[in-house]
Design a protein around this ligand. Structure first.
Ligand SMILES: [Zn+2]
Length: 146
């Protein structure tokens, strides 16, 4: 499973779907996965050598366990840019929009000291995001690792 890679791709602004969240059919069924990726114009990222072989040019075989190594391989293939965009919900893949004040106030987990912070909202998860120290840590990891 490549759940961490999927989350990082979303942090970087890429439209990424995890096979484990697919509702249709059996996500482990290779043929369904390949057809679904083709239909949606997605590149299939997999650790499964046989699946990568069957999917041919539509797939990338992901090696290694470290997410930064995995991302670097995708950068080297020219598939992604080493940039953090944080414009997508890391949980559900929905594009975020700027949060309204009521949404900021409704989130008990929002920082109380809100000056200098920019807030974003996922309308599907009803989850609040903000650019803060998490962004700096992620940016550092991506800048130094990729
Ligand atoms: Zn969401």
């Amino acid at each position: 499973m490549l759940g961490t890679l999927c989350r990082y791709l979303r942090f970087m602004g890429y439209d990424a779907e995890s096979a484990s969240s697919m509702a249709e059919g059996n996500p482990r069924e290779d043929t369904l996965l390949i057809r679904s990726a083709e239909r949606k114009g997605r590149i299939l990222l997999t650790r499964d050598r046989e699946l990568a072989r069957r999917a041919g040019e539509g797939a990338v075989l992901v090696a290694g366990d470290d997410v930064i190594d995995q991302l670097r391989a995708l950068v080297n293939l020219g598939l992604i840019e080493p940039e953090l965009r944080l414009n997508r919900c890391s949980i559900c893949n929905e594009l975020l929009r700027p949060a309204q004040i009521g949404e900021v106030l409704s989130a008990a987990y929002a920082p109380k000291n809100r000056q200098d912070l920019r807030f974003f909202w996922c309308r599907r998860c009803r989850k609040l995001y903000w650019l803060g120290s998490h962004r700096e840590q992620l940016e550092k990891r991506i800048r130094e690792g990729l």
